[in-house]
Design a protein around this ligand. Structure first.
Ligand SMILES: NC(=O)c1ccc[n+]([C@@H]2O[C@H](COP(=O)([O-])OP(=O)(O)OC[C@H]3O[C@@H](n4cnc5c(N)ncnc54)[C@H](O)[C@@H]3O)[C@@H](O)[C@H]2O)c1
Length: 253
């Protein structure tokens, strides 16, 4: 199947590691020109760029902080200056680094964590979409792919801030789909379940990881590449009319 990604400009936030990095590699392998953002891990982003270029792809790295609207605008401007447009946005960056183990009570969640999680996840998405939409509307084509979390369905004890922020992202994407569909812009959420990224391995002790894997229909958690394949399809021409919905990559939880 032809994905129609040759020459498309794809901005992937939080791409120096994990799902974002795997997604950047896969978009580039399909002929897209990719822009990877990093907040502090410049070396990680540059090594991902080098890896993609060695494989014959086109990539650049740019600084971007969900908590800093000026850095978001500057990052999008730098991609438009280099590639002429942003055709696909993958809003993947997220401040959360996994659940607190052992689980904590909601009363123990600091208000500062609640505020910063909501602000970075939702305000960050707000500013990023405002920055990329004019370029998409001007071309009458665009794909917005938001990376949420399948745990929005069940919740995670003590992680109310993370879950509420991802639920907000789901609603944001649904509303954008209604507003932008007739302009040729599709908006989709990809919701991973537990995925074997470094962040997950750091956050979850092996016995918790085994329990999570056993609870999936397939008996295992996803790889970053499996999540990336769903993201790349949703962000492609081959996705002709899927919008306003949530695609889960969970192994059936
Ligand atoms: N790995 C999982 O099990 C899992 C499960 C559900 C959802 N997700 C979601 O998938 C996405 C990728 O997660 P991952 O597992 O690859 O983790 P990751 O830690 O490798 O990726 C998250 C990225 O976001 C960046 N980031 C954090 N705070 C930022 C900020 N303020 N500004 C800009 N960038 C910032 C980090 O630097 C990192 O590159 C996230 O949105 C995460 O919530 C992951």
């Amino acid at each position: 199947m032809e994905l129609g990604l040759t020459g498309k400009s794809v901005l992937i936030t939080g791409a120096s590691s994990g799902i974002g990095r795997a997604t950047a590699r896969l978009f580039a392998a399909e002929g897209a020109r990719v822009a990877l953002t990093y907040r502090v891990n410049k070396d990680g982003a540059q090594s991902a760029v080098a890896e993609i270029e060695q494989a014959g792809g086109t990539a650049m790295a740019t600084q971007y902080d969900l908590a800093d609207p000026a850095s978001i605008t500057a990052a999008v401007d730098s991609v438009i200056a280099a590639y002429g447009s942003v055709d696909v946005l993958v809003a993947n960056a997220s401040p959360w680094s996994g659940p607190h183990i052992p689980f904590r009570a909601f009363e123990d969640v600091p208000v500062a964590e609640w505020q910063s999680q909501l602000r970075e996840e939702l305000d960050g998405a707000f500013h990023t979409v405002q920055a990329v939409l004019p370029s998409m509307k001007a071309r009458g084509w665009g794909r917005l792919v938001f990376i949420s979390a399948a745990s929005v369905r069940s919740g995670i004890p003590g992680e109310e801030a993370f879950i509420a922020s991802k639920a907000g992202l789901n609603a944001f994407s649904r509303t954008l789909a209604s507003e932008t569909g007739k302009s040729g812009i599709l908006s989709v959420v990809v919701s991973p379940g537990a995925t074997s990224t470094e962040t997950t391995r750091r956050a979850l002790p092996p016995q918790v990881m085994s329990h999570v894997a056993a609870s999936a229909a397939t008996g295992r958690i996803s790889t970053p590449e499996e999540v990336a394949r769903a993201i790349v399809f949703m962000g492609s021409e081959a996705n002709g009319n899927i919008t306003g919905t949530i695609i889960e990559v969970t192994g059936g939880t």
